[in-house]
Structures are given as structure tokens and as C-alpha cells.
Design a binder for this molecule. Structure first.
Ligand code: HEC
Ligand code: HEC
Length: 319
């Protein structure tokens, strides 16, 4: 507040207080009003029998009024209220917010300190750590990867054991801390004639999807010269580049059909994972990574149990 505004606020406050004091003194004692003696009717009647009498203010009400008045003066001495006058306690709302923030940070700091330095695999097995990690994930990651980390079109599933960049704990942490940018450039120009159709049919054949055999056979060589640089000669992908495995039935960008794959070759595809290191700091990023790893492990276990149950079922049927 600049000086003029400060004085303006001081004047407003002082005028209000003086006005209140005057009102209090003027109405405190009983005296005749307009020649009407104390205790007598003022001559106004409402609803037939509701009369106005010339009575002083009730004592309790007056007492309360005086108390609020004293409170106001005390407040202005101790706390900032008169323009730029700081108040003797030195309290400010900024200082209060800061001290509350400091207290929260200190509490979190001691929480994180307990997890610091422990290997990610140990954190993933520690329910106290995954509980915090789960919250970090829900607040920062779920918008893209889903609250169960199972992803969506363009946003990878983090619990299916299929990794664009690798699932080793430190690699997962690196993905989170530094972010990732997977980029497949548009490649129509390098595949003239039926090239795009041929390579797309070959790509379909890699994962056993319906395709045209003749076109796929013609596409094999082109795949090996153009696409293999990133997806590997066998099409199983390259985690150093984030190039997905094209031989499985997991399709990050959906549309696993001829048109969909042709479109990806013609126009390219890309995905950006923001770098969370600068936003979350290492402690929270590690806890999020631990939760992700724990979810992947749980998903793999339930998958195995399911398969064992299926297998047992088949065995029984054979008997
Ligand atoms: C704005 C959307 C977005 C948010 C938010 C986001 N991610 Fe991602 N994440 C992606 C995308 C997109 C990719 C895939 C990048 C690519 O295509 O190369 C990815 C990739 C990853 C990978 C690598 C997956 C693999 O298969 O190798 C991990 C691990 C990951 N994210 C974890 C997280 C965690 C943990 C958070 C929260 C701290 C998070 N992500 C928040 C979009 C997001
Ligand atoms: C420069 C490296 C590079 C080359 C060359 C390349 N790709 Fe890709 N491709 C990628 C990357 C990286 C992605 C994943 C993009 C992302 O992170 O979202 C991808 C994604 C794809 C996808 C989508 C996969 C999914 O799971 O949804 C298909 C299909 C594909 N590529 C086919 C091809 C074919 C066919 C060729 C050859 C014509 C080719 N790519 C050449 C890097 C490449």
C-alpha cells in the first residue's frame, strides 16, 4: 500500500471507531427523548399492541458493545489493521502461510527421508512407500496413464510388462525423471508406388493380423531397409529409441489394421512424456516409480495365477 492509501485506510478506521464510541455514549444513559420521559411510550404502536417505549439499552447489550470496542482497539494495537502500521506482534498473513508451508514440508521431508536411499525394488515391496507413491501417481500421472496405470490410446499401459523404453527399475525412474519423446517421422516419400501398402501388409503379418501375402512378401525387404533401423530387423522394437515391438498384440496407437498402419507410415507418430524430475523432485518421482513397479508385479502375478488356473482346467478336461 502506498502512503496515501495507507492514510485513507487509517482515516476510515479511525472515523468508524470514533463514530461507534459516540453512538455508544449517546445512547448509554437514560434521558427524556422528544419530551418523552424514560420508561414512557414514544407513541408508536405496531400490530395493534406492540409499543415503542423510551428505555435505555439493556445492560448486557451495552456490555457486549463495550467488549467488542475494546477488542477492536486491542486488535489494532497487536495486528496490522491501520493502513501500513504493522502491529506490535509483527504478524502477517504471508508469514502465517509460510510457516504453515514450512511445517508441511518438514512433515513430508521426514516422510520422504525414511524412503531415501532404499532401492526401488525394496520400495515397490513396501506398502508404506507404495501408498505415498500411489497418491503421487493419482495427482500427476493418472490424467494420461489412467488411475490404474493401464494407459489409453497414445499413453502406454505401465503394468502390462511391455515397455517402450525398458522396465528395469532405474530405466522406469529415468523415464519419469527426464521424460521421453518417441518419434516416428512421416515416411511416405521413401516408399513410392505401392511401397506403403507393401510395408503395411508386412507389418500386419508380423503380429499375425490379416494381410495380403503377396504385398507383405514385397514389403519385407523394404521393412528391413527402412523400418528396421528403429523397429529392429525382426520388428521386435528398440528400447533405446522407444520404438515399439510390432510383433505382439499391444498397439500403443490403436488402429491395428491396414488403414491405421498406412496412416502411421504416411504421417508418422509421436508421443511425449513430460520430464517430472524438475516438478516432483527425485523423492516423489522414486515413490511414483515404486508404485508403478508394484502394480506391474501384481498384474503379472494375477495373470500367472489365471493362466495356471486355465491350465489346470485344461488338464482336467483332458483326463
Ligand atoms: C501428459 C501426459 C502424461 C503424463 C501426465 C505422464 N505421462 Fe508418462 N508417458 C506419457 C506418454 C505419451 C508416454 C510414451 C512416450 C512415447 O510415446 O515415447 C509416457 C511414458 C511413460 C513411461 C515409459 C513407459 C515405457 O513403456 O517405457 C513411464 C514409466 C511413465 N510414462 C510414467 C509416468 C509417471 C510415473 C507419471 C507421473 C509422474 C507420468 N508418466 C505422467 C504421457 C504422460
Ligand atoms: C526413426 C525411427 C523409426 C522408423 C524409421 C520407423 N518407426 Fe515406427 N515407430 C517409431 C517410434 C518411436 C514409434 C512410437 C512413437 C511413440 O512413441 O508414440 C513408432 C510407432 C510405430 C507404429 C505404431 C505402434 C503401436 O504400438 O501403435 C507402427 C505400426 C510403426 N511404427 C510402423 C513402422 C513401419 C512400418 C516403419 C517403416 C516404414 C516404421 N515404423 C519406421 C520409430 C520408427
Amino acid at each position: 500500500m502506498n502512503g496515501a492509501w495507507s492514510w485513507y485506510v487509517i482515516a476510515l478506521t479511525a472515523i468508524n471507531i470514533i463514530g461507534l464510541a459516540w453512538l455508544l455514549l449517546a445512547t448509554a444513559s437514560s434521558k427524556p427523548v422528544n419530551d418523552k420521559p424514560v420508561g414512557e411510550t414514544m407513541g408508536h404502536v405496531w400490530d395493534g399492541d406492540l409499543e415503542e417505549l423510551n428505555n435505555p439499552l439493556p445492560r448486557w447489550w451495552l456490555g457486549l458493545f463495550i467488549l467488542t470496542f475494546i477488542f477492536a482497539l486491542g486488535y489494532l494495537v497487536f495486528y496490522p489493521g491501520l493502513g501500513n502500521v504493522a502491529g506490535t506482534l509483527g504478524w502477517t498473513s504471508q508469514k502465517q502461510v509460510q510457516s504453515e508451508l514450512d511445517a508441511t514440508h518438514a512433515k513430508l521431508e521426514s516422510l520422504y527421508a525414511g524412503f531415501r536411499g532404499k532401492p526401488l525394488a525394496a520400495l515397490a515391496a513396501d506398502p508404506a512407500a507404495t501408498k505415498v507413491g500411489r497418491n503421487v501417481f493419482a495427482n500427476n500421472c493418472a490424467a494420461c496413464h489412467g488411475s490404474d496405470a493401464r494407459g489409453a490410446k497414445g499413453y502406454p499401459n505401465l503394468v502390462d510388462g511391455d515397455w517402450l523404453y525398458g522396465g528395469a527399475p532405474d530405466t522406469v525412474l529415468a523415464s519419469i525423471m527426464n521424460g521421453r519423446h518417441g518419434l516416428m517421422p512421416p515416411m511416405g516419400a521413401t516408399l513410392p508406388g505401392d511401397g506403403v501398402d507393401e510395408v503395411a501388409n508386412y507389418a500386419l503379418s508380423l503380429s499375425g493380423l490379416a494381410h495380403d501375402n503377396r504385398l507383405a512378401a514385397a514389403g519385407k525387404g523394404k521393412f528391413e531397409t527402412i523400418c528396421a533401423a528403429c523397429h529392429g530387423v525382426d520388428g521386435k522394437g528398440n528400447q533405446a529409441l522407444g520404438a515399439p515391438n510390432l510383433t505382439d498384440d499391444i498397439w500403443l496407437h490403436g488402429d491395428a489394421n491396414l488403414e491405421g498402419i498406412k496412416r502411421k507410415i504416411l504421417y508418422g507418430v509421436s508421443g511425449v512424456m513430460p520430464a517430472w524430475g524438475p516438478i516432483l523432485g527425485e523423492d516423489r518421482a522414486r515413490l511414483a516409480a515404486a508404485w508403478v513397479l508394484s502394480q506391474g508385479k501384481a498384474a503379472a502375478e494375477s495373470e500367472r495365477e489365471f493362466e495356471e488356473a486355465e491350465h489346470g482346467h485344461e488338464e482336467k478336461e483332458k483326463e
